[in-house]
Design a protein around this ligand. Sequence first.
Ligand SMILES: Cc1cc2nc3c(=O)[nH]c(=O)nc-3n(C[C@H](O)[C@H](O)[C@H](O)COP(=O)(O)OP(=O)(O)OC[C@H]3O[C@@H](n4cnc5c(N)ncnc54)[C@H](O)[C@@H]3O)c2cc1C
Length: 322
Amino acid sequence: MSVYIFIDHTQGHVKKSSLEALSYGAALATQLGTTAEGILLGTIASDPAALGKYGIKKIHHAAQENLNALDAQVYARIIADTVAPSGEGVLVFSNNVTGKAVAPRVAVRLKAGLVSGAIALPDTASGFVVKKTVFSGKAFANIGIDTPFKVIALNPNAYTVKEGEGIAEVVPLTAAAPAPKVKVVSSKTASGEVPLTEAELVVSGGRGLKGPENWGMIEELAHLLGAATACSRPVADAHWRPHNEHVGQTGIAIAPNLYIAIGISGAIQHLAGVNRSKVIVVINKDPEAPFFKAADYGIVGDAFEVVPKMIEAVKRLKNPSS
Ligand SMILES: Cc1cc2nc3c(=O)[nH]c(=O)nc-3n(C[C@H](O)[C@H](O)[C@H](O)COP(=O)(O)OP(=O)(O)OC[C@H]3O[C@@H](n4cnc5c(N)ncnc54)[C@H](O)[C@@H]3O)c2cc1C
């Protein structure tokens, strides 16, 4: 049975989380002694065949521009129709916004078992068991799938991108896309130097920053580090920052390599969205702030003193002669 990986892209570029899914799918195909095949809907700026360097042998490509914008129902139908004739297989998605919308629909169409939030390659020694996080990352569960089709949604930043050599064979998908049931009347792209969901580094601010006028230092630190900016929910609710920066249980869940939390208490609902970060740095003037329990590094201090010093230190590091 083949391993099929959905290739998610935005503004002509394949998302990093999707490159992780490609690498994961390729490794799983090797483990199962089969081949990895990508499914690409819409158009990307580069040659799709070059994605072969992530270990996939074939790409099923529907190169219609009207597929560039996500329509979960249309995507699910095309993906399911593409793989259904094979009768069995593993489908890998990134567990990002697109994957969360599409993977369950594909699973329903294929009558497949689905594990979302996978964090490791399946154990295939006897059966097919996928490890995932549960309870907002506080525990793990190992879920067995025994349906002919198996759907896995891989958590972003849970698997390292592996780049090698290779060119994939591109097979055009010519079947007409089903008519969309949803009509998009307008869309607004979030502004920002680095998209939050794709960011390796994130600088985040909370109510401890007192007001929107104090976000200049957050933005400056983020800019110097090449990081995205984020915030706690009350900050977005108070319109100090846009809602697309709100992380947590009711906001975006992220898993950057570095999360710097400034003036954020560390409530469980906030942690639910950031506790998969590889390294967490907390800056808070209250030594009892709950966030310190989840931190890899903590600075007890006033953000208005600490952050300007960090900015100066980063500037010195980047330009030692100044
Ligand atoms: C159903 C539900 C869902 C929720 N979902 C989310 C969610 O998705 N995301 C989210 O963030 N919250 C969420 N919340 C809210 C959450 O419970 C907390 O209220 C919120 O995270 C607190 O935000 P905060 O840490 O910015 O503010 P506060 O709790 O007010 O904490 C501010 C922190 O800043 C520190 N501080 C103050 N001044 C300074 C200074 N000068 N320098 C350094 N530190 C300073 C304080 O010591 C304090 O720890 C949810 C709540 C509910 C009930």
